[in-house]
Design a binder for this molecule. Sequence first.
Ligand SMILES: Cc1cc2nc3c(=O)[nH]c(=O)nc-3n(C[C@H](O)[C@H](O)[C@H](O)COP(=O)(O)O)c2cc1C
Length: 325
Amino acid sequence: MSCLFTPVTIGHLTLKNRLAMPPMATAKADEAGRVTQAVCDYYQERARYSKIGLIITEHSFVCRQGKAHPGQTSLAEGADLAAWRHLTDAVHGEGVKIFAQLSHAGSAATSAVTGQAPVGPSAVFHPKQTKELPEAMTVEQIHAVARAFGDAARRAREAGFDGVEIHSAHGYLLNQFYSPLVNRRKDEYGPQSVENRTRFHREVLQAVRREVGEEYPVAVRLGGCDYQEGGSTLEDCVEACRILEESGADLLHLTGGMNGFVRPGHGEPGYFRDMALAVKGKVGIPVMLTGGVTTLAQAEELLEQGCADLIGVGRAIFRNAHWDD
Ligand SMILES: Cc1cc2nc3c(=O)[nH]c(=O)nc-3n(C[C@H](O)[C@H](O)[C@H](O)COP(=O)(O)O)c2cc1C
């Protein structure tokens, strides 16, 4: 009997099944980050023809300094919520739920895109952005970005999203604080403990909860493990997930850290399953696993093995809106 096509509950929200489309940047927004008809059509088509119960939209920047690339969608101040509403209505019309992913690129951003100097936990080059050295964030700047996440979450709710996902993966700002590879701070946000490395995350969760309330679904996408010498480990990932659950997260979406969404030397379906297996049973909230799944049978098998509660299928659906194997 299929497990994939049974309902799953995230906080106060029940999804019709356990198959989700993870966030994937289309870079089709206009210069202001406004959702265009092309973006809307792209999501509506996937909601209509693939078998997913949840779409998590591509990363949207929460403030201008956190914009990663041209064509990125915005949920920052001034975002066009009517355009977003058009999109969420279209997806709901297909019977699919939709979350917005909220993001700040930190030291992966460039002044050419944002018009401002990049910032990060420390003045350390991002492994993939070596042109501009970031400025180390002050505590006031950290608090301001946490508030920007909260404000963006409120806008997402106003625009009709069923929940939000906080992006702390693939080398973006929150991931930079979590990873000892680039976090060299000496203060209470520094790399000395997982508690310190997730302090910013807790402040973001608090700010989001202040704006959207206790019942609104809030997920965290965690780049739990760097899979490299000196980086974050599986043990760190388990501890961080426990902290995030205690701090109010409703769903943990596991993926890679400073290496991005790939895992060097691995391409098998569910190539981050070791993380998910380590976390499952240690937390009470659902776990979502994404990476390498291209068929329904693979997704089903990962669920049956108890690796996760939801499975994400990314590139296969990105390439083919009619994907169902
Ligand atoms: C074109 C493209 C854009 C992506 N954009 C995002 C993004 O905005 N936010 C994010 O968390 N992950 C992003 N990802 C990573 C995917 O969510 C997913 O983790 C990755 O594709 C691996 O899953 P898959 O093997 O099922 O494709 C992107 C991936 C691709 C291919």
